[in-house]
Ligand binder design. Sequence first.
Ligand code: TPP
Ligand code: SF4
Length: 340
Amino acid sequence: MSTSTALKKPYTKENFVSGQEVRWCPGCGDYSILATMQRTLAKFDLPIENYVIVSGIGCSSRFPYYMNTYGFHTIHGRAPTIATGLKCVNPDLSIWVITGDGDGLSIGGNHLIHCMRRNVDLNILLVNNRIYGLTKGQYSPTSEIGKVTKSTPYGSIDYPINALCIAIASEATFIARTLDTDPAHMSYIMERAANHKGVSFIEIYQNCIIFNDKTHVPVTGRETRDDRMVYLEHGKPLIFGKKKDKAIEIKGLQPEVVDLAKVSPNELLIHNEKDPNPHYSYLLTQMDYPEMPVPFGVFRQIEKPTYDEMMENQIKEIIRTKGKGELKDLIYGNNTWKVE
Ligand SMILES: Cc1ncc(C[n+]2csc(CCOP(=O)(O)OP(=O)(O)O)c2C)c(N)n1
Ligand code: SF4
């Protein structure tokens, strides 16, 4: 972060732009995510020095260089771990983890899971282009079966992982999906995540124009999106279609597309992001093209104590009952031994 000029609130997007040359390919979806984040953070009433961007390795992980905030470009897949430590020692920070589908779900999968199950008060953006961009186009954990890449010349035989299922299985308290071509929706989701106390996990459909161009277009393309995307709104039915004539109904444990004109309103599925039971949000993550429209928006937002606040409270309580400890006493205490 530049320290030569003290930045004063209210901020503008430009206050969050660093002086670094952006080195993504022209047309990369990361540009729009970056600009949206700069615009969104400028809206909040938090000093700019309280923001930290933490990333692993990948094209998307170059984010910290381009934000005029504090940041760490850390090791592959370990951004959630560094961010957890940071939040625990400085709870006043607003910390944003930027990770790719390879970085976050392959080498860093384990770290991501534990960060989410602990409910650390962090915002995690998983930029999903279904490919390894930085290393020139090998298949990733989210690549579809049959995907031909440099590392799968005869087509991938791996079943792809569903990022949002991982978030639900890890009991993340805020789970959402958005896309790089809809800055207004992305900004809305980022704002909701920033205001959520606890871990926020956002999957962003992103286009890697060089190694996996148009991977999301069958769902999100101009021609098809009305019929293949459904926006989630709390308390409202899941209505979609060019003529807003289709909805979702639950039959047994199965979501089904129904003709809005042919069903009574009380049969429709009403979105409830506050449902404490994860079954409902899991069911939403199973909705996928081509059988079903793909949901975008907030899948789940629930409240529970965060790891960082529980840690702080525990330390305070132990100091209150036992007094402040001395590191020297711990090192030279009874639980040590000499190697003769
Ligand atoms: C320990 C280690 N293993 C592998 C790599 C090679 N590597 C760098 S980035 C990357 C994956 C990047 O893909 P993704 O996270 O999807 O990000 P993108 O570049 O698509 O934004 C890999 C495998 C590395 N840098 N370090
Ligand atoms: S390789 Fe793909 S993800 Fe990486 S900068 Fe280029 S377009 Fe973006």
